[in-house]
Design a protein around this ligand. Structure first.
Ligand code: ARG
Length: 581
């Protein structure tokens, strides 16, 4: 038995047989499919294929359905199909097929999910700006991007995670001037990024009061750009200390990157790219600047123009992104590039994608964008009236998770070591924060709430972690009675068992949908529904007290399958699971 034995997802297998049957009825048949049946039907899957063929075959759908069923013949996947309504074909999986799938999933470290992903995918996420603390949008990007990295790698792609940090731009003129005149060395030693942020904010206040301050910044910027050694050293020091601060966040969240090519990495390519675009007629001069227009046949702008060189000759964020696409193409020849940012950059990426298309790039380009997250006021101490630091927020989540557990244990009289409580708080606290970013349709705006995310009720990480811990304690208890899930026995008695298994068998589809659409919430939803099915199963089906040993074994297997799915699924979202709760 190989670790990676992959299963043909059941719906693929079913659809393959269905399409083969339809192909015997006519040439060039359109693709047809089956789907999970609505609860009011007794079948597991249902297809409206016959209705789809009415216009082509000019027969009544019931007759067509009958012909399809005849053509399907005997299958080892399903029992003889039934017909209902105007011509629906209902499929009920055979006991043998259900057993085969369950055993196959249990025997595989990947739950039988095939590695179908091909080629390299670059994922551009987190991408915070130097000399500023990561703000909430960067945190969301970090968490969603990291989940996508895990999902893409799991389905078989080579992933290049690229942290496109903002380490270049006019703000460095201001930062350097302010650094030279206003820095507080002790404050910098204590928290470098906070100090850089402070002098930056300070500088901007000064500019507001007296715009001539801007000239001082411009001088420093010109010196930096022309290679002045002192300014270059200050600039690199700012990058290094910021990266170091970002790394403490990444380590804590277990987030990884393969490369961190910041914006400055592309500096020496920018002017050449703009010149080439001008020469190729892809960009034009307008009011002294270089821009790309997006116009329809009537000459109307369909999108705002894309500015790639300012009239003072400076390149921009946009120019850097064009260079970045070119570099990624040349370096990794990716099949897909995914960018993860908040909703405010939708226009930017729409424009960018169109520009590089015109330059001949055919790679699939996706902008995975998300809504804004607002933080609750006064939920924890804010420093110097600034936004809370991420570390404070994570500390608070861990503290609350631990506290809740201490209260629970006080009720049951159990004793846990300090270490175990600490580890528990970490897993539940971090899981809660991550899941609150991952479970929503990422495009909706959300409010951060500790109470909601650490609640055992509803679609939360804790609920999933709790369900998995419950299955684990059942499995341990069974083992102490000499009963170990054999991974093969399946004997279905109650409808809840079948529902649970059929849902578990849909893991492959959920993983692939989450990856393909760039929506980790599709996997989160699948796991949440799995946990809900498990709770219904738990209510209806005694496991260790069942009076038939085969049923006991079967229910242990279903519990193990639930456990494995929750653990693997959560790990693909970057979330750990405690052994017990
Ligand atoms: N640093 C940018 C920001 O904070 C995000 C960069 C996203 N990636 C990119 N290739 N443009 O808004």
């Amino acid at each position: 038995m190989s670790e990676d034995a992959s299963l043909i997802p059941v719906l693929h297998a079913l659809n393959a047989q269905l399409n083969a049957a339809v192909a015997t009825l006519l040439d060039d048949a359109p693709p047809v499919s089956a789907d999970r049946s609505k609860p009011e039907f007794s079948s597991d899957f249902q297809s409206a294929a016959a209705m789809q063929l009415v216009k082509i075959l000019r027969r009544n759908p019931r007759q067509i359905a009958q012909q399809i069923v005849e053509a399907l013949g005997d299958s080892d996947l399903f029992d003889p199909p039934d017909l209902s309504g105007p011509g629906f074909i209902g499929f009920t999986l055979s006991d043998a097929a259900l057993q085969r799938y369950m055993a196959g999933m249990l025997a595989s470290d990947r739950l039988g999910v095939p590695r179908t992903g091909q080629g390299t995918v670059v994922i551009d996420y987190s991408s915070p700006n130097v000399a500023k603390r990561m703000h909430v949008a960067h945190i969301r990007s970090t968490i969603i991007g990291d989940a996508l990295r895990r999902l893409g790698g799991f389905v078989g792609h080579r992933i290049i995670a690229d942290n496109h940090i903002g380490d270049w731009g006019t703000q460095f003129g201001q930062l350097i001037w302010a650094w030279k005149h206003w820095r507080d060395d002790a404050a910098f030693a204590a928290d470098p990024v906070a100090e850089l942020e402070r002098i930056y904010v300070e500088f901007n206040k000064k500019v507001e009061a007296d715009p001539s301050f801007q000239d001082l910044a411009r001088e420093e910027l010109v010196k930096l750009q022309s290679g002045d050694e002192e300014n270059l050293a200050i600039w690199s020091m700012m990058i290094e200390s910021s990266k170091h601060a970002f790394d403490t966040v990444y380590d804590r969240l277990d987030v990884r990157f393969d490369v961190t090519n910041g914006e400055s990495f592309y500096n020496d390519q920018l002017q050449g790219i703009v010149d080439d675009m001008l020469a190729a007629g892809q960009a034009e001069i307008s009011d002294g600047a270089v821009v790309v227009f997006f116009r329809d046949e009537q000459g109307e702008d369909v999108m705002p123009p894309f500015l790639v060189r300012k009239s003072d000759g400076a390149a921009l964020y946009a120019t850097t992104d064009i260079a970045t696409v070119k570099y990624r193409q040349a370096t990794w020849d990716p099949a897909r590039i995914i960018y993860v940012t908040d909703t405010r950059q939708q226009n930017h990426f729409r424009q960018l994608f169109e520009v590089v298309r015109r330059m001949g790039v055919t790679t699939r380009l996706d902008h995975v964008w998300f809504g804004m997250m607002s933080l609750p006021e006064g939920a924890f101490s804010t420093r110097k009236g600034n936004a809370p630091s991420l570390h404070d927020l994570l500390d608070e989540a861990e503290r609350r998770a631990r506290e809740q557990q201490v209260e629970r244990l006080a009720k049951t009289g159990e004793e846990w070591s300090d270490e175990e409580l600490g580890e528990f708080g970490r897993i539940i606290g971090l899981g809660g924060v991550k899941y609150s970013d991952l479970h929503n349709n990422s495009q909706s705006n959300i409010t951060f709430s500790f109470d909601k995310m650490l609640s055992l009720e509803g679609n939360t990480a804790v609920y999933l972690q709790y369900t998995s811990a419950r299955t684990n304690s059942l499995i341990r208890k069974a083992a102490s009675l000499g009963k170990v899930a054999d991974g093969t026995t399946l004997k279905l008695v109650e409808p809840q068992e079948r529902d649970l298994l059929l849902h578990a068998m849909d893991f492959d589809r959920a993983v692939n949908a989450a990856w393909d659409h760039g929506k980790p919430n599709l996997l989160a939803t699948h796991l949440y529904e799995l946990a809900s099915h498990y709770h219904s199963f738990w209510q209806a089906c005694p496991v260790l007290k069942a009076d038939d040993e085969q049923v006991v074994m079967s229910r242990l297997n279903l519990s193990l399958l639930t456990r494995k799915t929750l653990v693997l699924g959560l790990s693909l979202l970057g979330i750990e699971v405690p052994a017990r709760m």
